[in-house]
Design a protein around this ligand. Structure first.
Ligand code: GGG
Length: 357
C-alpha cells in the first residue's frame, strides 16, 4: 500500500445458518485476491439476523440503514432460521436494504463452470452462460398490501404488485446495455402479458421502447412459462434475461440448478448510480439442514465477493477470483457434497486461495 492507496470499507452481515460459514470463506479469498493491488479492504461485522431477532425482536438495530449507508459495499451471507418466519427475515433485513439503497438491479450470473456436470444431459459450459437482470426495487416485492379478518373463515389477503414506467425503463436500460457488451448480444424479456394485462403490458411497452435505442441487441419477449422451459431445453439460445422481481427470483433458482448447484450461484444488488452502497450475496439461503456441519459450498459467496470487487473498480482482482474458481472446479478434486464431492467449506476455500497463485 502507498500513502495514496484506497481503503474500501465493507459492511459484513454473515446472518444465519451457512451464511456464517461461507462469509468468512469469501473474506479470506477477497483478502488474498487484492494482495498486490494498491488498496486495502476493511471489513466491519454486524451481528444482525435471526439470532439477533430472537434476542431483540428486530432483525437489525434501529439505526442499521443509517450505519450501512456510510460503507462502500455490503457483503451478505444468508438469512433465515427455524423459529423465525421467512417473511420476517426477508422483510426486515434483505428487502429494506435493497429498497432504501435503491439497489434496483439484481444481477445473477448463471454459468456452468468447467468440470461441473449439469443435470441437463450432455450440456457443456459454453452452452449455459446466462445472466439475469432482475428488477429489485418494486414489482411483486413492493410490499404493499395487508390482511383482514386474520384467522377467521373470511380472512382476506391483498398483495399489490407495483410496476412503474421509471422502474421498468431503468432495469431494461441496464439489461440492454449489458447485453450490448456481451459477445452474443442477445436479450430475452420475461413477461406474462397474456394474463397480467396491466402490469406486464406496461413491462412489454417499456422494454420495447428501450430496445429501440439498442439496435445491436437481438431481443425477444417470452412468456415466463415458456422461458423456464427454454432454459431447460435450449439454454444455449439464452444470454441476458431481464425479468421482474418475482420472475427473476424464480428463474435464477432454476438457473442455479441447471449450473449444478444453488451453492455456486452469486448475486449482486446494485445501485448503478453509486449514490448508495451496493450489496453482494450468494443467492442461496441459510440452509438449516446442513448448517453447522462445515460442508456448505463457499463458491457462491466467493463469486459474489468477486462481483463486489468488480463493482469497486478492482476488475483484475475479480478476474483472478473467477479464474481461480474455474481452475478448482475444472480440476474436480476439491468439491463440497452438493457437487458430489467430499470436501468441506475450508478445503474448497483453501483450494481457491491456492489457485489464485
Ligand atoms: N443469500 C441471501 C439469502 O438469504 N437469500 C434468501 C432469499 O430468499 N432471498 C430473497 C431474495 O433474494 O429475494
Amino acid at each position: 500500500m502507498t500513502a495514496s492507496s484506497t481503503t474500501y470499507r465493507i459492511a459484513v452481515i454473515a446472518g444465519d445458518g451457512i451464511g456464517t460459514e461461507v462469509t468468512p470463506a469469501g473474506i479470506d479469498v477477497l483478502r488474498h485476491a487484492v494482495r498486490g493491488e494498491d488498496c486495502a479492504l476493511e471489513f466491519t461485522d454486524f451481528p444482525w439476523g435471526c439470532e439477533y431477532y430472537l434476542r431483540t425482536g428486530s432483525m437489525m438495530s434501529a439505526d442499521a440503514l443509517d450505519r450501512l449507508q456510510d460503507f462502500d459495499a455490503i457483503y451478505l451471507g444468508a438469512v433465515g432460521a427455524p423459529g423465525v418466519p421467512d417473511h420476517i427475515s426477508v422483510w426486515e433485513l434483505i428487502l429494506p436494504i435493497r429498497q432504501r439503497f435503491d439497489q434496483y438491479v439484481n444481477l445473477r450470473p448463471m454459468r456452468l463452470l468447467p468440470g461441473v456436470t449439469s443435470p441437463l444431459a450432455g450440456r457443456e459450459p459454453h452452452e449455459i452462460d446466462m445472466v439475469c437482470v432482475r428488477e429489485n426495487s418494486e414489482g411483486e416485492y413492493a410490499g404493499l398490501g395487508g390482511r383482514l379478518f386474520a384467522d377467521t373463515p373470511h380472512e382476506v389477503a391483498e398483495q399489490t404488485g407495483i410496476f412503474t414506467r421509471r422502474g421498468v425503463d431503468r432495469i431494461a436500460q441496464y439489461a440492454f446495455a449489458l447485453a450490448a457488451r456481451r459477445p452474443r448480444r442477445l436479450l430475452a424479456s420475461a413477461t406474462k402479458s397474456n394474463a397480467l394485462q396491466h402490469s406486464m403490458v406496461l413491462w412489454d411497452n417499456a422494454v420495447e421502447a428501450v430496445a429501440g435505442a439498442h439496435p445491436s441487441v437481438e431481443w425477444r419477449k417470452y412468456h415466463v412459462d415458456a422461458l423456464v422451459a427454454r432454459m431447460v431445453t435450449h439454454p444455449q439460445t439464452l444470454d441476458v434475461i431481464v425479468a421482474s422481481n418475482l420472475f427473476g427470483d424464480i428463474l435464477t433458482d432454476l438457473g442455479a440448478a441447471i449450473t449444478g448447484s444453488l451453492g455456486v450461484a452469486p448475486g449482486a444488488n446494485i445501485n448503478p448510480e453509486r449514490q448508495y452502497p451496493s450489496m453482494f450475496e450468494p443467492i442461496h439461503g441459510s440452509a438449516p439442514d446442513i448448517a453447522g456441519r462445515g460442508i456448505a459450498n463457499p463458491i457462491g459467496a466467493i463469486w459474489a465477493g468477486a462481483l463486489m470487487l468488480d463493482h469497486l473498480g478492482l476488475a483484475a482482482a475479480h478476474d483472478r477470483i473467477t479464474t481461480a474458481i474455474e481452475r478448482v472446479m475444472a480440476a474436480g478434486e476439491v468439491r463440497t457434497p452438493d457437487l458430489g464431492g467430499q470436501a468441506n467449506t475450508l478445503d474448497v476455500t483453501a483450494a481457491v486461495v491456492d489457485a489464485l497463485g
